[in-house]
Design a protein around this ligand. Structure first.
Ligand code: GTP
Ligand code: MG
Length: 411
């Protein structure tokens, strides 16, 4: 056996293509489509993962047939009480259409009914032009004074914080507004459920405001505009709204669907409204993640601390991290020696929508990289070996293609 097409393997393993792509993403394997081919060792790895998952889901599997038989009878009641009619319809569908045994098993192994998955806190990224008051706004929300302590008052990295607000837990990611930090802003937008674009009322739209809006749009993240510094006498929120309209972003009061909230990080005016809009938006998005699922996370930032060594801030997206877990990022791995939450407190485990600082990586991970976990050191090494080999294959293929092109062009 050599290379295998993704959809062929999906069929062989009785998996949906989407699930297969999810696994490949988790392994960091790149592909163009489901008809792309994957390497033999990656295939072996996927088979292992699927085998592990299905034994892990043994309980769910055992419980499923009973549920499936009951489903048609319960359907009207279930629909009336379900907050998620679509999810209910989806999970009821295979049972009521008396799907084949394999189809039913597939659904159970690969997709728990969505309503069983608990809600998670929204991840909100704060973006905007330099000095428009992003960090100050977060400070007000967290009741801290970070902006005053920053070198030159400029944010140079991404900070991730959990804030207990009147609307429950919200995870905020602060990003720098300085023009030099484009990639950091783009990555910040990519991990967000919601983007808050902070615009100073006395300055209106500036180059990095437009850039931040473009990142949020590219990442397909819903945007809320916070017009900050409303306490200033020269504040001109109407100009901000008109300028936004010129970008085809039409505020609600002008008949569009853009939410615009006037705030002041100094007086706190409008901050409650902003939190309200965030929680409304999060509710609409129905954000859920399974703390018992396979771990998935993303690197927010990595750095070297002179005393502690390599430190990485990781956002937990699915599953739960524990001290002692083996993590793989790109082609390196590490064992979690210690974890701290965003308040700096030591923690032993961290569930979905939790930013954690991790000690134990051997190399500084790049922000934006995916993090996956491995069962043990051996599995971590295997995963890295598979990634390295698939990368080398891609590189070789590129060299080959270049050679062929040169041959075709002739001397
Ligand atoms: P970067 O991270 O460098 O992009 O800046 P930032 O957007 O985080 O701005 P920061 O919070 O550091 O605030 C910049 C300046 O604006 C500071 O001097 C703040 O005190 C001031 N500022 C922030 N919010 C307000 C506000 O609502 N009203 C007034 N009057 N000043 C504010
Ligand atoms: Mg800042």
């Amino acid at each position: 056996m050599s290379k295998v097409r993704i959809y062929t393997l999906a069929k062989e393993l009785n998996l949906e293509n989407a699930k297969m792509l999810e696994i490949l993403d988790g392994l960091g394997v790149s592909y163009k489509s489901v008809s792309s081919t994957i390497e033999e060792d990656t295939v072996e790895l996927i088979k292992q993962i699927v085998a592990e998952e299905s034994t892990g889901a043994g309980e769910a599997q055992a419980a499923a047939p009973a549920e499936a038989q009951d489903a048609p009878k319960q359907e009207p009641a279930a629909q009336a009480t379900q907050t998620q009619p679509t999810a209910a319809a989806q999970s009821a569908a295979p049972a009521s259409s008396s799907a084949t045994a394999t189809q039913t098993r597939d659904d159970v192994v690969t997709e728990a009914p969505k309503t069983d998955i608990p809600h998670r806190a929204p991840v909100v990224t704060i973006m905007g032009h330099v000095d428009h008051g992003k960090t100050s706004l977060l400070d007000y929300i967290r009741k801290t004074r970070v902006a005053a302590k920053e070198a030159g008052g400029i944010t140079q990295h991404v900070g991730a914080f959990e804030a207990q607000t009147s609307k429950g837990k919200i995870v905020f990611i602060d990003t720098p507004g300085h023009e030099a930090f484009t990639t950091i802003r783009a990555r910040g937008a990519n991990v967000a459920d919601i983007a808050i674009i902070v615009i100073a009322a006395d300055d209106s739209l500036m180059p990095q405001t437009r850039e931040a809006i473009a990142h949020a749009q590219a990442a397909k993240v819903p945007m809320i505009i916070a017009i900050n510094k409303m306490d200033l006498p020269q504040a001109n929120p109407e100009k901000v709204k008109t300028d936004l309209t010129q970008l085809n972003l039409v505020p609600e009061e002008y008949g569009g669907d853009l939410i615009v909230v006037p705030v002041s990080a100094r007086t706190g005016e409008g901050v409650e409204d902003l939190l309200e809009y965030i929680s409304l938006n999060a509710e609409l998005e129905d954000l859920r993640a399974d703390p018992k699922g396979t771990f998935a996370g993303v690197v927010i930032e990595g750095k070297v601390d002179k005393q502690a060594g390599v430190l990485a801030t990781v956002m937990v997206q699915e599953g739960t991290l524990h001290v002692g877990d083996f993590l793989v990022v790109g082609e390196s791995y590490g064992k979690i020696k210690a974890m701290t939450d965003s308040a700096g407190g030591r923690i032993k485990e961290a569930g979905p929508s939790t930013p954690v600082q991790i000690l134990g990586f051997s190399e500084v991970p790049t922000s934006g990289e995916k993090v996956s976990s491995a069962k043990n050191e051996h599995a971590a090494r295997d995963l890295i070996a598979a990634r390295a080999s698939s990368r080398r294959d891609t590189e070789n293929a590129q060299v080959q293609r270049k050679l062929t092109l040169e041959e075709m062009m002739g001397p």
